[in-house]
Design a protein around this ligand. Structure first.
Ligand code: OSB
Ligand code: MG
Length: 368
């Protein structure tokens, strides 16, 4: 297929309520939206990098420059037979997995549409609805957190994940566990601890959590391996894993026992599927993470989560938890803790163009 041209936007969507993690609070979700055009169709994806490099190292401004100055001029005006061929070509780029993912995901959407097939089908997905949990940000009180956890459990979510940081951990987790009974509870520290915090980490180990997500530094497999050897609770890596080789090394060294796969973090659907396959070969489960995506990124995540080894509930919860109005027409809403995989061609959702226009901060066109 000839990739004819691209449209790059920066979009800002107001969150219904602020979301706080150990690295900061977000009120408006600002992201890159990329549309790739070919054969009278267009594919779309969003980037998961933020304005500031607080989760990982990529940024919106860095990604825009790289897309505009190097990656898009290199691939536009050329024919690409399939996503494999495009991804192989893009593998010459070092790092920048979020930026690469934005391009690769938009191309997958376009390519699947050209075949009139849902993305989940061309990826090899095996289910038409995927199990989901919620990720609850750091609240202002333990009571408010328990109240929110119970409300989401009543809505059918299959796992409650609590964001934690030093000073906001054992007490809130214990209270939520007591309120929820047998429903799986997990925590996500976004790299806020170190091995010097072993006392707190050991206390968390005694609380019966399903797993502990990314307790230590974003780029440190070695200390995670040391920690996992001291803990009964499985560790799950998020920030540390950007390639299938990272996942292989993490599982081989027992730095974790499961992986949070975010297609937008790891260079796209092909690499996400490779990570899924590596984890399968280690009998390690995976689950689909989220980055507070709009309906565009959320739809991509849901299609990916239809692969067989995504057995743990993911973070792809209902769009209405995040936005008063989403960028797409189709509602992405869970029923009984299950999110239906959109059935249309490609990612199976369509942009609400007037609304998109009203939340766009910046637009540029590339190609002839
Ligand atoms: O670490 O999983 C994370 C949100 C922003 C950045 C990092 C993370 C998260 C979440 C929210 O946990 C997941 C979601 O609801 O999209
Ligand atoms: Mg995480």
């Amino acid at each position: 297929m000839l990739l004819e041209r691209a449209e790059l936007r920066v979009v800002s969507l107001p969150l219904l309520r602020p979301f706080r993690t150990s690295f900061g609070e977000i009120r408006d979700k600002t992201f890159i939206l990329l549309r790739l055009y070919g054969e009278g169709l267009h594919g779309v994806a969003e980037g998961v990098m933020d304005a500031r490099p607080q989760y990982r190292e990529e940024t919106i401004s860095g990604a825009l420059a790289l897309l505009r100055e190097a990656i898009l001029p290199d691939i536009l005006g050329r024919r690409w037979e399939n996503p494999e061929q495009l991804t192989r070509h893009l593998s010459a780029v070092r790092g920048n997995r979020m930026t690469l993912a934005t391009v690769e995901m938009a191309y997958w959407d376009l390519w699947a549409q050209a075949r009139n097939l849902p993305l989940s089908t061309v990826l090899g997905g095996v289910r038409n609805e995927v199990p989901v949990g919620v990720s609850l940000g750091i609240h202002t009180s333990v009571d408010a957190t328990v109240e929110s956890a119970v409300r989401h459990a009543e809505q059918g979510y299959r796992r409650i994940k609590l964001k934690i940081q030093p000073g906001w951990d054992v007490e809130v987790v214990r209270a939520v566990k007591a309120a929820l009974g047998t429903l799986p509870v997990t925590v996500d520290a976004n790299a806020a601890y170190s091995l010097a915090d072993l006392n707190v980490l050991r206390a968390l180990d005694d609380l019966g959590l399903d797993y502990i997500e990314q307790p230590l530094a974003w780029d440190d497999l070695r200390d995670h391996a040391k920690l996992q050897a001291l803990m009964r609770t499985p560790l799950c890596l998020d920030e540390c894993i950007t390639t299938a080789q990272d996942a292989r090394k993490a599982l081989e060294t027992a730095a974790c026992r499961l992986v949070n796969i975010k297609v937008g973090r790891v260079g796209g659907h092909l690499e996400a599927r490779r990570i899924h396959d590596v984890a399968t070969s280690f009998s390690a489960p995976v689950w689909c993470g989220g980055m507070l995506e709009s309906g565009v990124g959320r739809a991509h995540n849901i299609h990916l989560a239809s692969l067989a080894n995504f057995t743990k509930p993911g973070d792809t919860s209902s769009s209405s938890r995040y936005w008063a109005r989403d960028l797409i027409h189709e509602p992405l809403e869970t029923r009984g803790g299950l999110m239906p995989v959109p059935a249309g061609p490609g990612i199976g959702v369509t942009l609400d163009l007037p609304f998109l226009e009203s939340v766009t901060r910046h637009t540029e066109h590339l190609g002839p």
